[in-house]
Design a protein around this ligand. Sequence first.
Ligand code: ATR
Length: 304
Amino acid sequence: MTQRTKFGVFGYPIQHSLSPIMQNAAFQEKGMTAFEYQAYEVQPNDLKNAILKAQQNGFLGINLTIPHKEKALDFDFIQADSFAKKIGAANTLLISDEKIEAFNTDAYGALSALEYEQIQTKNKKILIIGAGGASRSISFLFGEQGNPLKIINRTAEKAECLAADISKKTGNKNVCGGGFQTAWDDIREADIIIQTTELGMGKYKNVSVFDLCSVQKGTTEDIEKTKDDCIQNYLRKETVVFDIVYHPSETKFLKEARLNGCQTINGTMMLVFQGALAFEIWTKEKPNIDVMKESVLSALQKKK
Ligand code: ATR
């Protein structure tokens, strides 16, 4: 039997990943000194080779990030668990000599981040912004949990397709998708709003979800006025607003929601909890969440 002590995250690009810092901090805290986690730049057409090599070279666990999460499920030597199969994406591989198993811990990360803030999600009406990979995992989890779900996306058809797929695979009939035309009404209806796109980060730093809603109404001149009025009129103070972005720690969207009186949550704890479940899948032990959180926060502090 191969001695397995190596871990890694495969992505392209990968240099910004916080997983090595976070997982190594968790290993250290547990005294698992033989374990070592590194980031590896793996090109999309090299993924299969990279995974097989990792199995030969003593890896116990791998995280997959953009753009590899869906592709991994195409390989016949990987056995995905039923939830990862339903979603069609995996972010965690558990490797042994005999097999490679795949799991998706992203959605669990989102749910745990809400629970960490004492937010009850059962039966709550959830509005998801975006219909990409991140949205897919989160939407599936709440779809499976039976929540009434609305998914809105810049490209409406993508949200419609995702909603139809969730309904079909989970049996939840209360899932629908669409564009931003009815966004303000969707916002009023929602108990929890989850933002899953890259709005608010990188080149979209100065764009919030509310900007997209406002564009549908009025002229460019009264966007700001219309937007503030709409936030006040449509966003209920009881609505919890969760943005999965963690850098910056407060996106423009979260700030606007906070100033409206809403409880807001950023993506830091989702990152921590998806990593914590991966840690548990690999080691069969629960990591120290505070240690992981602190390692992420101090790494983010240095990025400023
Ligand atoms: P991820 O895996 O991070 O979710 P993705 O699969 O590329 O990334 O999905 C990106 C999501 O962000 C999509 O919902 C995308 O909307 P489209 O499907 O219309 O492309 C959304 N998105 C990205 N840039 C956006 C922008 N400028 N305005 C609105 N939505 C945007």
